[in-house]
Design a protein around this ligand. Structure first.
Ligand SMILES: *[C@@H]1O[C@H](CO)[C@@H](O)[C@H](O)[C@H]1NC(C)=O
Ligand SMILES: *[C@@H]1O[C@H](CO)[C@@H](O)[C@H](O)[C@H]1NC(C)=O
Ligand SMILES: *[C@@H]1O[C@H](CO)[C@@H](O)[C@H](O)[C@H]1NC(C)=O
Length: 179
């Protein structure tokens, strides 16, 4: 009994020591369909939780079954008035990704922050009539910072979704990371 409590205390301490005190707030989100016959966007919003915190909600309905898609994503950082490439610029085949996530280290790392909030979590196909969601996305800042020890500032994630090699959807978001 005692030992268990000490164990939990240690876990608690470890968690708090690795926690860097910072916070984040999403400050832009844009979703744009490039292929409107493929589906539609039900919502694409930043929703306030309180004055300092907010979350992202994205829902898209598919009108066609998807059996091949890729996401081209880049992380960018805002510096001297413009967006500049930052760390990663990757084009990831999503159907392949879900066959073996461990093979794709960076994509899997980024996905791990979304996994509990999305139903995009399986191999293809994604059926016509189904919904792709990222709901109440509030990644744990401590965990993100532990993996990406970045400076305070403004960062963006720009994504283009290709269905059968044709650009179908763009989702760009940005986040302010502050003390
Ligand atoms: C997303 O960002 C790219 C630049 O990386 C830009 O070309 C594109 O127009 C943006 N799309 C949306 C929907 O904001
Ligand atoms: C997509 O499906 C929705 C719901 O079934 C329908 O309202 C909409 O018109 C469809 N759009 C296209 C372009 O087929
Ligand atoms: C995928 O997401 C759905 C909806 O959140 C969930 O019910 C299901 O268990 C998830 N599947 C996997 C393999 O994680």
């Amino acid at each position: 009994m005692m030992r268990l409590q000490v164990f939990y205390l240690c876990i608690f301490w470890l968690n708090n020591f690795s926690y860097i005190h910072g916070s984040y707030k999403f400050n832009s989100l844009n979703c744009e369909l490039c292929a409107p016959d493929g589906g539609y966007i039900k919502q694409c919003h930043i929703k306030a939780i309180d004055r300092k915190h907010n979350m992202i909600n994205i829902e898209a309905i598919l009108n066609k079954t998807i059996s091949q898609f890729e996401i081209h994503f880049k992380i960018v950082k805002r510096e001297s008035g413009g967006w500049h490439p930052f760390l990663y610029d990757i084009r990831q085949d999503i159907c392949q990704f879900f066959k073996n996530r461990r093979k794709f280290f960076i994509s899997n790392l980024i996905y791990s922050f979304m996994k509990p909030y999305t139903n995009v979590n399986h191999t293809c196909p994604y059926m016509a009539g189904s919904e792709m969601q990222l709901l109440n996305w509030t990644p744990d800042e401590g965990k993100v910072i532990a993996k990406f020890p970045v400076d305070y500032g403004q960062y963006g994630l720009h994504t283009t979704w290709y269905v059968n090699k044709v650009a179908a959807l763009q989702i760009n978001g940005s986040v302010l990371f502050f003390k």
